[in-house]
Ligand binder design. Sequence first.
Ligand code: MG
Ligand code: MG
Length: 254
Amino acid sequence: MIILKNRDEIEKMRVAGKVVAQVLDILRQKVKPGITTANLNAIAEHECKRRNAIPVFKNYPNPKGGRPFPGAICASINEEVIHGIPINRELKEGDIISIDFGVLVNGFAGDSATTIPVGEISDEAAKLLRVTEESLMCGINAAIIGNRLGAISNAVQSQVEKHGFSVVRDFVGHGIGRDMHEDPPVPNYGRINSGPKLQNGMTIAIEPMVNIGSYKVLTKEDEWTIVTRDGSLSAHFEHTIAITEEGPDILTLL
Ligand code: MG
Ligand code: MG
């Protein structure tokens, strides 16, 4: 069931979204060769405490029944797509790191992700980051009352495939509100005229995961980390948005 939000609830989500944006901004400035993903996670946990924000990914139940997620952030390097566990692994010059982060503040959730270059990266990696972020913006711009959800999915997919990359099928965006994951699922692929009609007060997280090679993925032995099957690089950008009569409203901004 899709839960519509009123203006007051959307403003509460904006408070949570702003915390997510602030912490991601701090992490972006810390990303450099030599820092570990465990270091980045510790910074995120500290910043949550200072803001009375609950990091919702921590102890998130494993859908396949394995151990719960141990970190506050998902830190996914290079061919890792999503759900990378923060560990004692140093970032290297030329890596790309996707950081996905979500919080609850006063009972409302915010969720955002970004992929950050570590020092100088290859032209191809830079193109991947640019196209993935552009595809997110294309999806957001299609989040107009009267469109169907498939308009968002199709806008993301078209932008990605135009540049020769592929969108991951096995993981999708989602409704969000009092819970991090609500209805509806928000795929990054599909037909324009498919899915539910977009309505005033819908709040969703749009999150393209884009691979340079095939869209196929698999789960690593750690039971969490999703990697590209062909080992190609992957990027991930995400915003939480509200669909309003004034147009799409991005809630995870500074
Ligand atoms: Mg996220
Ligand atoms: Mg999400």
